[in-house]
Design a protein around this ligand. Structure first.
Ligand code: LMR
Length: 399
């Protein structure tokens, strides 16, 4: 019955992670999936999460279905985190927010919703992109295209070209943007560049969809939400997906949020209804446990302060490793410009390594980097950094 189906080629990120785990190399280094590892190479259980888990474990409660839109206290916490506690769009009740199954689930529900609202519209996604962005929209029946974003020559943003291309899009097109920690390049728009882009999005009547999977890993929890809040200030209608996978170290719990900023409370109410209908068609309602723990951490003043410090610690460790990698490579490979390590921000850095270099790193050194040359920086630590930079020095001559 199913023999006619093509074999799945595997996911370029998760597939290589699986290959890493099969490799027996004693010094192997995993720089594939966007997962935060601590300096010991472990995915941390945050102290704030542990306390919330312990409290819940002392008094287990029954588990009815959550509402389709998720836990009310969770949705409230998402709104405050994403928009800032006292933002006017929240006071005016212009935002429809649901608890989603991770950031990916938020993108899927958002894509289905957009296709329902504008069946003839296409989506434009940065080049390069997180591969799954194209797949998610295509899976929702939306044609996907690319806009210029990253210049491999200068390892920086092609801002003028990006603006020109976005300015030429048909009205009601969807534009996928990363407010912070661009995946895969680590190259973000500056605040000034966001402020230049916003009027174009508004004038062209485009529908921005912001994917914020790494809030807190760039410059800070509030700083990373600059684009979201500027867009809300400017009165745009847009969508924002957020995720607790990275900043709560909560990957497997699949906790995220989807918020749609509308022009009135009434419109937001109607949108929430449609989001619920989309959710009901896919998975009925989100899971409870992760939602409760997330809500417990974010809604308890003390736990939230502990969590904010934990996010700052993760961010600072990434920045430290970036600096160290740059220094070591500068010393070991004179003439090689590794400044991208410190110029780019967040979880990822985009190396521009060639296929031959990536394969040599994998086969000779057990250093796993996905085919685009994107490194997930927190896979590096003070114990494997010398090994990694030695391996880089070894392969850089390959061209
Ligand atoms: C990544 O890009 O590595 C992460 O966002 C994990 C994923 O789902 O691909």
């Amino acid at each position: 019955m199913f023999e006619h189906l093509e074999k799945y080629a595997g996911d370029p990120i998760f597939g290589l992670n699986e290959a890493f785990h099969r490799d027996m190399h004693p010094q192997k280094v995993n720089l594939t999936v966007g997962l935060y590892y601590d300096n010991e190479g472990h995915i941390p259980v945050l102290a704030s999460v542990k306390t919330a888990e312990q409290r819940r474990a002392q008094d287990p409660q029954s588990r009815p279905y959550l509402p389709m839109e998720g836990l009310a206290s969770y949705r409230d916490a998402v709104q405050k985190l994403v928009f800032g506690a006292s933002h006017k769009v929240l006071q005016d009740k212009k935002v429809a927010t649901i608890q989603s199954v991770g950031g990916t689930g938020a993108l899927k529900v958002g894509a289905d919703f957009l296709h329902l609202a504008y069946p003839d519209s296409d989506v434009w996604i940065s080049d390069p992109a997180w591969d799954n962005h194209h797949s998610i929209f295509q899976g929702a029946g939306v044609k996907s295209h690319s806009y210029s974003y990253y210049d491999p020559e200068t390892k920086s943003l092609k801002f003028d070209q990006m603006l020109a291309e976005i300015s030429a899009l048909p009205p009601n097109s969807f534009v996928l943007l990363h407010p912070c920690c661009h995946n895969p390049t680590g190259v973000d728009l500056s605040q000034d560049q966001w402020l230049q882009l916003l009027p174009i999005l508004a004038e062209r009547q485009l529908i921005p969809f912001l994917d914020m999977a790494y809030q807190g890993f760039g410059a800070g929890l509030d700083e990373d939400a600059f684009a979201v809040r500027a867009m809300a200030d400017a009165g745009l209608t847009f969508l924002v997906a957020n995720s607790f996978s990275k900043n709560l170290s909560f990957y497997g719990e699949r906790c995220g949020g989807l918020s749609v900023v509308c022009s009135s409370a009434d419109e937001a109410d109607g949108v929430l209804g449609q989001l619920k209908a989309v959710v009901r068609r896919i998975y009925s309602s989100p899971p409870m446990h992760g939602g409760q723990i997330t809500s417990d951490v974010l809604n308890d003043t003390q736990l939230c302060a502990v969590w904010e410090q934990e996010v700052a610690d993760m961010r600072q460790r990434i920045a430290f490793v970036r600096k160290q990698a740059h220094q070591q490579l500068t010393a070991k490979v004179p003439g090689y410009d590794s400044s991208y390590f410190v110029k780019q921000r967040g979880m990822f850095t985009y190396t521009g390594l060639s296929r031959a270099q990536l394969m040599a790193l994998r086969e000779h050194h057990g250093v796993y980097i996905i085919d685009s040359g994107r490194i997930s920086v927190p896979g590096l630590n003070t114990r494997n950094l010398e090994y990694f930079t030695d391996a880089m020095a070894d392969v850089l001559g390959l061209g």
